[in-house]
Design a protein around this ligand. Structure first.
Ligand SMILES: [Zn+2]
Length: 233
């Protein structure tokens, strides 16, 4: 008489082993660094480089501003000195001063632009750095949780595999062959218990004659719809 109950028990253990292995695969996948974090790290590095460039431009323009201011100061000192010279010379000096004032105004405008650009770059850098910190912290927390779960599952595995081996030994080889052939083709569930008068796996009603065969227990009975072994558990 086929002991379908032992097969049903083996099937539950096999499904638990399948679930454990699937979860371990998911965890291994989940432990890979997320693309968003890799992108955020690159964005933070780019923002930092852009800030350094903007600050270098600002420093260059500060120097240019200092030099232009010094040139103007020298020119003004010359113009307003009490040294005697021709009116033509004075006129030329006045032109120089005017030109240098215009140059200084240009340089100062460019310096202001560089300062604004450096401020914007600093804000961008701060935002990118904060985003990177937040994503890193979230990732570390997730990584810790996954690593914990992975360790727990790996600790459970030997006992579960031991139960699986024992459950297989309890089933006659001929039935095991039927089961091993059927299970992969039925999404891991080869044995379905009867729920009322339905197959619990596919929810289709089992005809009374078939129910009687299952109760008789003399032979293996298959669900006419999904092809699983039926048992009245
Ligand atoms: Zn079925």
């Amino acid at each position: 008489m086929p002991d379908i109950a032992q097969l049903a028990r083996l099937n539950e253990i096999d499904l638990a082993v399948d679930a454990l292995k699937a979860r371990l695969r998911e965890i291994a996948e989940g432990l890979r660094e997320p693309a968003a974090l890799i992108d955020a790290r690159q964005a933070a590095a780019d923002a930092e480089a852009a800030l350094q460039r903007a600050r270098a431009v600002q420093r260059d323009r500060e120097l240019a501003q200092q030099e232009a201011a010094a040139r103007l100061k020298r020119s003004e000192e010359k113009l307003y000195s009490s040294q005697a010279r021709s009116s033509r010379q004075v006129e030329s000096e006045q032109l120089d001063v005017q030109q240098l004032r215009n140059q200084l105004a240009d340089v100062e405008e460019r310096l202001l632009e560089a300062m604004l650009a450096a401020d914007a770059a600093a804000q961008q850098q701060a935002a990118s750095a904060a985003e990177l910190v937040a994503l890193t912290e979230a990732w570390q927390a997730r990584q810790a949780a996954l690593t914990r779960e992975q360790a727990e599952l790996k600790a459970q595995a030997p006992a579960l595999l031991g139960r699986q081996a024992a459950a297989r030994k309890a089933v006659a080889p001929a039935m095991l062959a039927v089961y091993d052939n059927l299970r992969p083709r039925r999404g891991g569930r080869a044995v379905a218990h009867i729920d009322g008068d339905e197959c619990s796996a596919c929810k289709v009603a089992i005809p009374p004659s078939k129910l009687a065969e299952v109760r008789d227990g003399a032979a293996l009975v298959y669900c006419g719809n999904c092809g699983r072994l039926l048992w009245e558990g």
